[in-house]
Design a protein around this ligand. Structure first.
Ligand SMILES: Nc1ncnc2c1ncn2[C@@H]1O[C@H](COP(=O)(O)OP(=O)(O)OP(=O)(O)O)[C@@H](O)[C@H]1O
Ligand SMILES: [Mg+2]
Length: 240
């Protein structure tokens, strides 16, 4: 598991993004270390999705981003994905009329060998056996939890080095959300770097090694997850 001495996998310096004249993400700096699970917390409208979209260049952004030892500030979304920065978007972004299998295979990058794709599929089925049982089902007919599993499974098909997730527990029953977050924790234990954005999810804090709190487009706190309990205001807000 990552600790304070682990090298950075991702580091953003002064990442900033506007919608027209609205400065939704003020210059923001943060790090995800190799093998680390970082949770970014913040209320509605704090700028969490904007931050992820700015990182992935789905929104215009200023500032510099280093990933896996390389300056990626000028790369496109597609180039970032090819390097292993993969994001599961809010709302999951599945191809609703396609089957589970088709959605998964589309997650694998072109140029991968058939055997490479098969081994990624096996890994996804081990994590989410329910997807294997529903391979030919149209994805729009899956339950909300299954759709989130598929969205994560599809992201894993790209063999990410860093998996970023925008509120994966949104709209799910607590038990299903817990199942999904626990799986993310297990992936992290296997060494995957994860940047998890959530509004309010005590389990997302438990699984994290470090937490940032975003408010009105700024990071207002950074602390090891286990210390959040001793910060009365944060604990009040995020642990209930
Ligand atoms: N496409 C857009 N055009 C204009 N303003 C936007 C756009 N998207 C977001 N905003 C604004 O930017 C701010 C940050 O929004 P963002 O979606 O990043 O918040 P969030 O933390 O992800 O919130 P939520 O928890 O509701 O998903 C909000 O004030 C929002 O109204
Ligand atoms: Mg959002």
């Amino acid at each position: 598991m990552a600790d304070a001495s682990s090298p950075a996998l991702l580091s953003a310096e002064g990442l900033s993004s506007f919608y027209g004249r609205m400065h939704a993400l003020k210059p923001t700096s943060f790090t995800v270390r190799q093998g680390e699970l970082v949770t970014m917390l913040g209320p509605n409208g704090a700028g969490k999705s904007t931050l992820l979209r700015a990182l992935m260049r789905l929104n215009k952004a200023d500032g510099s981003v280093m990933f896996d030892g390389q300056d990626v500030s000028r790369l496109s979304t597609h180039e970032l994905a090819e390097l292993g920065m993969i994001m599961v978007q809010e709302g999951r972004g599945l191809f609703g009329q396609m089957s589970v299998r088709e959605n998964l295979v589309l997650g694998a990058y072109t140029g991968r060998s058939a055997s490479g794709i098969d081994s990624s599929l096996d890994r996804v089925f081990t994590l989410f056996p329910r997807l294997k049982e529903r391979l030919n089902q149209i994805s729009s007919s899956l339950s909300g939890g299954e759709q989130q599993m598929l969205a994560i499974g599809r992201a894993l098909m790209a063999e990410p080095k860093l998996l970023m997730l925008d509120e994966p527990s949104l709209g799910l029953a607590p038990r299903v959300a817990a199942e999904i977050l626990t799986t993310l924790g297990n992936l992290n234990k296997q060494g995957l770097g994860i940047l998890l954005v959530e509004q309010k999810a005590p389990l997302a804090l438990k699984l994290a090694q470090r937490v940032y709190v975003l408010s009105l487009g700024r990071i207002v706190a950074e602390l090891p997850a286990k210390e959040i309990k001793s910060h009365h205001d944060l604990a009040q807000y995020y642990l209930h």
